[in-house]
Design a protein around this ligand. Structure first.
Ligand SMILES: Cc1cc2nc3c(=O)[nH]c(=O)nc-3n(C[C@H](O)[C@H](O)[C@H](O)COP(=O)(O)O)c2cc1C
Length: 209
């Protein structure tokens, strides 16, 4: 199985080579893998910013614990979950589903109402966490796609979401920076690339019932 080999190859890159860029073609493949991510009900209640601009990334670096990956990587992905879920988001999804699957809109409306009623059971904070969790599934696909393409990546939570929201003007768009990832190519000086993977033994991670 090739995926296992790819996952063994990848590591959370600490030091990128700032001279190397991910090609436009590969970038589209990574974006496609994100687009194809599974999400609860299929709603995809998040948006992904792909930041190439160095000036913006220089501004974001102090808000990212000063981590060098932010500026040295080829691209920075910011996974932004919807901070609020509105009925119109569900309606948009139902409309899209009807269009793509050539399905009867009136029949799908019942499904939309079901989703709305289930989401109505959650508090605002629960909904915020829930949409953020969906974004993490997309992050996982980014990591797997990059590994297959031999693109280095670092998933990152070491940043201040409030500062990101402010700098990138996310709050006024109803978005919240949930998690970020940098992608590019490792620096040969990155010591981390030689470190052995630290993972729990299978026997302690899994339990078969
Ligand atoms: C959600 C998430 C957040 C992370 N945040 C950071 C981070 O801010 N900076 C960093 O250098 N590594 C970060 N990491 C990388 C982890 O430390 C790393 O994935 C873990 O130690 C396993 O090592 P490996 O990915 O190299 O196999 C993060 C990983 C995940 C999944």
């Amino acid at each position: 199985m090739e995926l296992i080999k790819h996952l063994q190859w990848r590591y959370a890159t600490k030091k990128f080579d700032p001279t190397q860029q991910v090609s436009g073609e590969n970038l589209e493949k990574v974006k496609k893998a994100i687009q194809l991510s599974a999400s609860s009900y299929g709603l995809q209640l998040y948006k992904v910013l792909v930041i190439k601009d160095k000036t913006i990334r220089e501004t974001l670096r102090p808000a990212s614990w000063g981590q060098s990956q932010i500026t040295d990587a080829s691209h920075l992905f910011v996974f932004c979950n919807y901070s609020e879920i509105k009925d119109e988001h569900i309606d948009e999804y139902i409309q899209l589903k009807a269009d793509i699957q050539n399905a009867d809109l009136d029949r799908l409306k019942g499904y939309g109402d079901f989703i709305k009623s289930k989401l109505g059971e959650q508090t605002a904070a629960e909904k915020n966490h829930w949409t953020a969790r969906q974004a993490y599934i997309a992050l996982g696909n980014l990591l797997a796609a990059c590994a297959e393409l031999k693109i280095d990546a670092c998933p990152m939570e070491g940043f201040d979401p409030e500062k990101y929201n402010e700098i990138l003007g996310l709050s006024e768009k109803g978005l919240n920076a949930a998690v970020i990832a940098t992608i590019g190519y490792r620096s040969m000086e990155d010591q981390t690339q030689d470190a052995k993977k630290v993972r729990k033994p299978m026997g302690s991670l899994f339990e078969t019932i």
